[in-house]
Design a protein around this ligand. Structure first.
Ligand code: RM4
Ligand code: MN
Ligand code: MN
Length: 433
């Protein structure tokens, strides 16, 4: 096998050398500023280094809309090339050591080979994701009218078997969680009996839950519409919470930010799930209108901060059953997916660090003294603090790049991959993520 291009450590070190002067100056300035607020910048830098987020295997390819797909140059053609790209992201950021796989899109030919290939790049595997929202070549029954909730038992059994297969693959590659998102629902009033389909969902999920190894968690991902446009079986966090409770202690509720109606108070949903001990984790992305799968923090950075404010609050108060899995779930149509994923992962760390800047004693006092303006000012002070130098130093001290996107561009990685990975004939035009 010919050696594929990789960005090497000396290249990153050289780029860092060029950027270090300004970063060090800004960092020292911020150190003084934060000291006045009684905050230790080295503690915050350590926190910045501690946050880890999984990259979705499907995110490194170009996405699409229901209108068209415009493939990007040098995009990965199989799971190994996807892992190469995930490895590159990890190398530059150091905060993304795990990859979330989607089956059957990423079904490995040989699980131990895949695991080794990942490990050689410092990568391991986060939650598995099943797919019963598409028909797969050669499959016996169609999911046109549902999968885990389909009226026919055989269709449900096929969907259950697929999920169990995902768990089996996950076991072989060292994953510890399985995420189930289904597209089941109705397009027209009367099409489905709401209570009956939910009963069937639970029946199917009980079988999947029973196949879960003891140290695994099952994540239920809700979504309020799409592909069904009238009703969705697992439509919101309330339904998700009910199902997680019914299934048992290893079932949790996953929050995909794009799976809510506009203006829904997602940070409050997060707080509720934390309080009830059922928060699985996240699919981070951003949206303006629906499940847009835009880059995290690109549309509503304040919302992202407010979500992290709840997460950090739970972390600091050592809330029981609080162990959220952070994953990105985005689709990139007009940007280089590697750049978008890096930008998003950086935004998560930024929100996390900013949330650690919230003066929680003062916030509590403002809340208890019924002083909303003060409470908001405390949050705003944290949110408006420019923590970029902390993020840069955290990356550099972990062996990554001060300017991750600049370094990536300077390496001409995408150009090199375009040469290495000529587009497959006919792989272009149609299909969405
Ligand atoms: C869905 C959902 C799932 C993701 C698929 C690709 O809308 O967000 O998490 O696996 O898209
Ligand atoms: Mn998702
Ligand atoms: Mn989605």
């Amino acid at each position: 096998m010919t050696k594929h291009f990789e960005i090497d450590d000396s290249f990153i070190a050289e780029q860092n050398r060029q950027a270090r002067a300004w970063v060090a100056e800004d960092f020292e300035h911020l150190r003084k500023q934060l000291r006045r607020r009684d905050v230790d910048i080295d503690d915050l830098t350590a926190r910045a280094r501690s946050l880890q987020v999984a990259v979705p295997s499907w995110g490194v390819g170009t996405g699409g809309t229901r209108f068209a797909r415009f493939p990007g140059e040098g995009e990965p053609r199989d799971i190994y090339e996807k892992l190469e790209d995930c490895g590159t992201i990890f190398k530059l950021l150091r905060s993304t050591p795990t990859v979330s796989l989607h089956i059957p899109w990423d079904k490995p030919d040989d699980a131990s080979k895949l695991r080794e290939f990942a490990a050689a790049r410092g990568l391991s595997f986060d939650a598995m994701n099943s797919n019963t929202f598409q028909n797969q070549p050669g499959q016996k029954h169609s999911y046109k009218f549902g999968s885990l909730t389909h009226p026919e038992k055989d269709v449900r059994a096929q969907a259950v078997a697929h999920n169990i297969e995902c768990i089996e693959i996950g076991k072989a590659i060292g994953s510890k969680a399985h995420t189930v998102w289904i597209g089941d629902g109705g397009n027209f009033p009367g099409q489905q009996h709401f209570r009956r389909v939910l009963e069937r969902y639970l029946e199917s999920m009980r079988e999947i839950y029973a196949a879960l190894p003891d140290d695994w968690r099952l994540f239920i991902e809700h979504k309020f519409y799409e592909p069904a446009f009238y009703s969705t079986v697992i439509n919101d966090w309330g339904t998700s919470y009910y199902c997680a409770r019914e299934l048992g202690p290893r079932a949790f509720c996953l929050v995909d930010l794009g799976h809510h109606a506009p203006n829904v108070n997602i940070e409050m949903i997060v707080a509720r799930l934390i309080q009830f001990g059922k928060l699985a984790g996240f699919h981070f992305n951003d949206s303006k209108y629906g499940d847009d799968d835009l880059d995290s923090g690109s549309i509503k950075p304040f919302q992202l901060f407010l979500i992290f404010n709840e997460l950090v609050d739970a972390e600091l108060s050592r809330t029981p059953n609080f162990n959220p899995a952070y994953m990105l779930d985005q689709s990139h149509n007009v940007t280089d997916p590697i750049e978008s994923l890096m930008m998003s992962a950086i935004e998560l760390v930024r929100a996390y660090v900013q949330a650690h800047l919230v003066d929680r004693d003062e916030l509590r006092e403002a809340q208890e003294k019924c002083d909303p303006l003060r409470a908001l000012a405390i949050l705003k002070q944290a949110f408006t603090t420019d923590v970029a130098p902390i993020l840069a130093i955290a990356r550099e001290s972990a062996g990554g790049a001060i300017d991750a996107i600049g370094t990536y561009r300077a390496s001409r990685y995408r150009r090199r991959k375009a040469d290495e990975r000529p587009t497959k004939q006919g792989a272009a035009a149609s299909g969405i993520v």
